[in-house]
Each structure stands twice: as structure tokens, then as C-alpha cells.
Design a protein around this ligand. Structure first.
Ligand code: ZN
Length: 307
């Protein structure tokens, strides 16, 4: 689903990435509304009731079982800290959209307050010209990435646990990361951009005064680490139609505005571009995407662990 309109006033955020917002920008697949940026807050009275099924997951801890028979000698730790560089870290993965969103407009079209504006609870997402849906890509990458991060010792929480449900609302997606006190969080998307454009971009939160100042700095560092790893490992080019050098800053995304933990969005490629679509539909590329994002989290959370 395309939901892009040119933005009249790009977010001007203080901080490391302020330079990337200098040009006119297009909205991402998350669905920006035009000319809606930093507007004074509307009443925040409508706390969003839930529309989806996801809650915070508590992955089972793979505690070692004691030997079942004869006494065994004490077993030394299976993994060294170097082998589990993300031990003790909590990472929230938010696969954008959901497979049931498109058939439940009454739920996902309900407006929720994201501080800078009111937006739909969630959207159906993009798809390739051949019909490969963005929600499926996002979820597939998230599952692959979760496995890699857990192997590195992280506690990983997904904002949804299947690809055929509805929602959750963007407000809840942010809240899941907040409640988990995540060390880092990412919303995974692929864009429904112009057919003539390709490439990826990482979106960092812009400043929403009174709400997210504490996460601007670390989120921008996370954006750089993710951008660098993604570019190096996937060799996907920087977007040639949005952002600057693979980076963007926005204040019209609820998942960023409402986050109290370091968080970024990524648009992994443009589903409407033939070359990008060929990559997105290839499971080997999706595994490479997951590896690249895992490398980005490692650079951010355990910079001394390994290259
Ligand atoms: Zn999306």
C-alpha cells in the first residue's frame, strides 16, 4: 500500500543527523501525512485501547538441565562472555504491519495520538508488483534476526508473534519496547516507494520537545551503526529518493515519538523497484539483512566484541 505524499516541512531535529533533513522528503511506508510536522500537540486524552494481539514476549530461558543420572563434575560455563557479547542486553524487534491488517480496516484505521499528530493505529504496508507483501518480509527478517541476537546472548522481544494477526497499534509497538526497558529497538520495514527509486534508509527520531530528548543521542548513534553495517554487509545502496546517505530523521512516526528507549526504523529496500524486489523476495538476501542488522546491534551494544 502506497501512502506517500511529499512532506511540506521536513523535521528539523537537533543532533547528529540534523543535516540529513535538509531536503524535501517523502514519507516512508509507515505512512506520513503531509504538512503535519511539528505541530503542537493535540489533546492526549485518548489513550489507545489495544487493537492487536501482541504483547511482550518472554522467551523461554534455555536453562541447562541437570544431568539426569550419575553425579557429574561441575560443568564450566558453556559460553564465554566473548562468545555471548549481548548477554544481559534486551533488544526489541518490531516487524512492521501484520498480515491481517488489510482485511481489518475498522481496527487499524482508528486514529491514535502520536504526540505530533493523530495517525491510524497501523497500516497494511507495501508489496512488490508481484504481490509479495511487506509484512511477510518484515516478519521473516525479524525471526531470522531474533535467532542471531539470541545466539549472541541477547533477550529478544518481538512486538508480534505471527504474520496473520492484526496490529498492534503503533502506540503499543512503542510501549512494548518501553516496558521492556530495551537497550535498543528497531522497526523493520520495506518501502513502497516510487518505481524509479531504490535503496535503503535508516530513520532516527527527531526531537519531540518534552517527550524524547533522552533518546535522541543514542538513537542517532544506533542509526549510524545500523546504517553502516547494513550498507557494508548487504551492499544495498543508500536510498536515491528519500533521506541522505541512508539516513533520515522524522517526527511523524509514532513508534519513534513514543519511544523511551533508543530506537530506529529501517526501510530495507524499495518493494516497487524491480532490482530491490528481486532481492527482497530471495531468502538468502533476507538472511543477509538479518546478519547486517545483528552486526549493527553488536556495534552499538558491544562495540569491543568483534569486528
Ligand atoms: Zn512499512
Amino acid at each position: 500500500m502506497r501512502q506517500r505524499r511529499a512532506r511540506a516541512a521536513p523535521a528539523r531535529a537537533a543532533g547528529l543527523l540534523a543535516l540529513v533533513v535538509a531536503g524535501g522528503l517523502l514519507a516512508g511506508c509507515a505512512g506520513a501525512t503531509s504538512a503535519a510536522l511539528p505541530r503542537s500537540s493535540r489533546p492526549a486524552s485518548a489513550a489507545a485501547p489495544t487493537a492487536g494481539s501482541a504483547g511482550s514476549a518472554r522467551p523461554a530461558s534455555p536453562a541447562a538441565q541437570p544431568a539426569s543420572t550419575a553425579p557429574s563434575p561441575a560443568i564450566s560455563p558453556v559460553s564465554t562472555p566473548a562468545a555471548r557479547p549481548l548477554a544481559g542486553k534486551v533488544i526489541v524487534l518490531d516487524p512492521g504491519h501484520n498480515g491481517g491488517n488489510g482485511s481489518h480496516p475498522s481496527i487499524i484505521d482508528r486514529l491514535v495520538n502520536i504526540i505530533t499528530e493523530w495517525k491510524p493505529c497501523d497500516t497494511a504496508g507495501a508489496e512488490t508488483d508481484a504481490g509479495y507483501p511487506e509484512h511477510e518480509f518484515n516478519f521473516n527478517v525479524a525471526v531470522r534476526l531474533a535467532g542471531l541476537l539470541r545466539a549472541d546472548g541477547a533477550k529478544v522481544i518481538l512486538t508480534r508473534h505471527n504474520d496473520d494477526g492484526v496490529g498492534p497499534c503503533v502506540t503499543q509497538r512503542a510501549e512494548i519496547g518501553n516496558r521492556a526497558h530495551a537497550d535498543a529497538a528497531i522497526s523493520i520495514h520495506a518501502d513502497g516507494g516510487p518505481p524509479t527509486g531504490r535503496g535503503f534508509e535508516v530513520i532516527a527520531p527527531g526531537l519531540v520537545p518534552g517527550h524524547n530528548a533522552a533518546i535522541i543521542g543514542p538513537s542517532h548513534r544506533l542509526a549510524l551503526d545500523i546504517r553502516n553495517a547494513y550498507h557494508r554487509i548487504t551492499r544495498e545502496p543508500y536510498s536515491d529518493y528519500v533521506g541522505t546517505q541512508g539516513l533520515d530523521v522524522r517526527t511523524d512516526l509514532g513508534g519513534l515519538n513514543l519511544s523511551t528507549v533508543p530506537k530506529v526504523f529501517i526501510e530495507c529496500a524499495n518493494m516497487r523497484d524491480a532490482a530491490d524486489a528481486a532481492r527482497l523476495t530471495n531468502p538468502r538476501f533476507r538472511q543477509r539483512v538479518a546478519e547486517a542488522l545483528a552486526a549493527g546491534f553488536l556495534a552499538f551494544l558491544a562495540p569491543n566484541s568483534h569486528p
